[in-house]
Design a protein around this ligand. Structure first.
Ligand SMILES: C[S@@+](CC[C@H](N)C(=O)[O-])C[C@H]1O[C@@H](n2cnc3c(N)ncnc32)[C@H](O)[C@@H]1O
Length: 227
């Protein structure tokens, strides 16, 4: 269920996203369709947000959940709503995206940390993070950025062997992209789901394409061999 309401101008809308049957939870997102990638809600974000909602007991009370390339931040906001301590991150140069995150947190009365974090860049921001769950919706779309993204994810996973990276991606090629990246980065995929296997039917009917969800952890066997 999703409703769109025009806000400040013809290019800016507030979309409302509902979770649960009643519905029990709703999140409002400010979207700007004329701006860049980070200012509207991508289908992968709708899928990941639904997964967070369905797994809410796992997120409730999680010490920290970080979101990479969060953009309009729907999954992270659902995590915050169910009681996780959330840091939302996006490209450090994406000031409008980061500003929009602040406005969206305010709109939903949610208190999240907002941080500029560019994949593959080792500045103070990344050293301040110790997540137990990392979320990333539609961050696997530019093959030229895969190594930077996975360098950042692997760094965070190595901080704690129990940390998990949960990501949704649009498998446009049909190839086993995730498997290749896992081997390269010493990671392993512990869960791989087709989004249609868990999305409620009214939300699934609005989605198209091969949207997958993967849970990824450090492959400790491979990493022990490296030592
Ligand atoms: C396709 S959008 C997905 C946004 C949001 N997660 C969603 O699904 O609606 C990709 C996001 O990754 C961010 N991004 C792209 N390159 C990045 C980089 N090198 N470092 C950090 N964030 C990056 C973009 O700013 C954008 O918000």
């Amino acid at each position: 269920m999703e409703e769109e309401v025009e806000e400040e101008g013809p290019m800016t809308t507030i979309s409302r996203h509902y979770f649960g049957d009643e519905p029990f939870c709703s999140i409002s997102i400010i979207e700007n369709i004329k701006e860049d990638y980070g200012q509207f809600v991508w289908p992968c974000s709708v899928v990941l947000a639904e997964y967070v909602w369905q797994q809410r007991f796992r997120f409730s009370g999680a010490s920290v959940v970080e979101v990479l390339g969060a953009g309009t931040s729907l999954p992270g906001l659902v995590a915050a709503k169910v009681g996780a301590n959330v840091t939302l991150t996006d490209h450090a140069n994406g000031l409008e995206v980061l500003d929009n995150m602040r406005r969206v947190c305010h709109l939903n009365e949610l208190n999240c940390n907002i941080l500029g974090l560019t994949w593959g860049v080792w500045d103070a921001s990344i050293f301040s993070l110790s997540p137990t769950i990392i979320l990333g919706a539609d961050v696997l779309y530019d093959t030229g950025a895969f190594d930077d993204l996975f360098a950042t994810v692997t760094f965070l996973l190595e901080k704690s062997p129990r940390t998990v990276f949960i990501t949704t991606y649009h498998n446009r090629s049909g190839h086993h992209l995730i498997e290749f990246l896992m081997i390269k980065w010493g990671l392993k995929c512990v869960k791989l789901l087709d989004s249609f296997s868990f999305m409620p039917s009214q939300k699934a009917s609005g989605l198209s394409g091969n949207l997958q969800l993967a849970e990824i952890v450090l492959n400790t066997e491979v990493n022990e061999l490296k030592v």
